[in-house]
Structures are given as C-alpha cells and as structure tokens.
Design a protein around this ligand. Structure first.
Ligand SMILES: Cc1cc2nc3c(=O)[nH]c(=O)nc-3n(C[C@H](O)[C@H](O)[C@H](O)COP(=O)(O)O)c2cc1C
Length: 183
C-alpha cells in the first residue's frame, strides 16, 4: 500500500512517528507530508528517517507536488488532524501543500482522518458540523478520538486513536478500494 501520511500541528504529532514506523514495518511505502505548524511539534528528520524518504512540506514544495503526491498515494491518512485543517477541508480551502494535495486526491482514493484536539474543541458545534459534513460526503473515514487525560489536563474525548488502529483502518479501506477496482 502506498500511504500518504499527512501530519498537522497537534500535540499528538509524535504518534504519527509510530504510525510511520508500523506502516513501514508492515511493508507499506510511506511518504510524509507535514503542515508548516506540524514541524513545530516533530522534526521532519524523524519522519524522513522512519519512512526512508524526504518529507514533503511547504518549504520543500516543487511545482506540481500536490498533483504528483495525490496521484502516487493509494490511501491518504491525516493524523493527527487538527480542528484547523478539518475546517479547511470542510470548506475546500487550499492554502498550503497539505490541504491542496487532499483536494487533488482522486475521489476513489480512501482518506482516513484521525482527529485529535482538546475536548472543548472536539465538542464545539463547528467541529461537529465539519466532521458531519465530511462524513456525509462519503469520501472520508473518520477514526474517532479516544477519551483520556489529555496533554492540556482535561479528561475527555480528543486523544488521537492508537497508531495501530489507524493503520488497520487504512489497510481495510485500501483492500476495499482495491476489490472495488478489480470487481
Ligand atoms: C502546544 C499546542 C498544542 C496544540 N495541540 C492541538 C491539537 O491537539 N489539536 C488541534 O486541533 N490544535 C492544536 N493546536 C493548535 C494548532 O497548532 C493550530 O490550530 C494550527 O494553526 C494548526 O495548523 P495546521 O492544521 O495547519 O497544522 C495546538 C497548539 C499548541 C500551541
């Protein structure tokens, strides 16, 4: 499976390192695409080392990267998905490489979303509406966050789902998409 892992700027960005490692060990090809903000949380070198490939980001952007990445990927996973990038995705805003690539993905390609945020943010009606809207579109698989003690000290939903679960969902969606293509 060719997995495009999109990492946005949340405290759970470090867990995307584990997801990268698990995916590579499972024999998948992984390319990591980071938002500008994500790089404040985890250095691109960690992802480059774990995936074995340079990281894509606004700083390294080449002409048509968004189209080429969208064509290359068989599955895209956004983990962690911030409230900010969720809002952009729901509104069709494409102001960086990550959001533009997500918009350029062909409709048949599965996109798995792993939202992670503070509980108040997670329960905010705008976030609820944005996720509901994406779910209605039928193109996105949302892996719900877990309830736990969050980094901000709150206890409640908002923690990123476990990397192993996110990978399992990506693999399942990939198998389903491949079977559909072959059928
Ligand atoms: C320490 C810290 C932790 C943050 N954690 C989260 C988070 O877990 N989820 C979230 O939605 N936003 C979080 N934010 C806010 C995002 O970093 C901010 O909305 C940013 O604009 C997201 O940009 P991006 O979606 O392009 O990566 C955090 C901000 C700070 C300073």
């Amino acid at each position: 499976m060719k997995l495009l892992l999109c990492v946005t700027g949340g405290i759970a960005a470090y867990k995307a390192c584990e997801l990268t490692s698990l995916a590579v060990k499972a024999g998948h090809e992984v390319r990591v695409l980071m938002s500008r903000r994500a790089k404040d949380f985890v250095g691109p070198l960690s992802f480059a080392g774990l995936s074995g490939h340079p990281v894509f980001s606004d700083d390294s952007e080449q002409a048509m990267d968004h189209i080429e990445l969208a064509r290359w990927a068989e599955v895209a996973c956004v983990a962690p998905l911030t409230a900010h990038t969720l809002g952009k995705l729901a509104c069709g805003l494409c102001d960086d490489l990550l959001s533009t690539t997500l918009m350029a993905l062909p409709a048949a390609k599965p996109v798995v979303l792993g939202p992670a945020m503070n509980t108040q943010m997670w329960e905010h009606p705008v976030v609820v509406r944005n996720l509901g809207w994406l779910q209605e579109l039928g193109r996105y698989t949302i892996v719900a966050p877990v309830a736990k003690r969050l980094a901000c000290g709150d206890v409640g939903p908002g923690g990123l789902a476990e990397p192993a679960e996110l990978l399992a969902v990506c693999e399942r969606r990939f198998r389903e998409a491949t079977n559909l293509t072959l059928a």
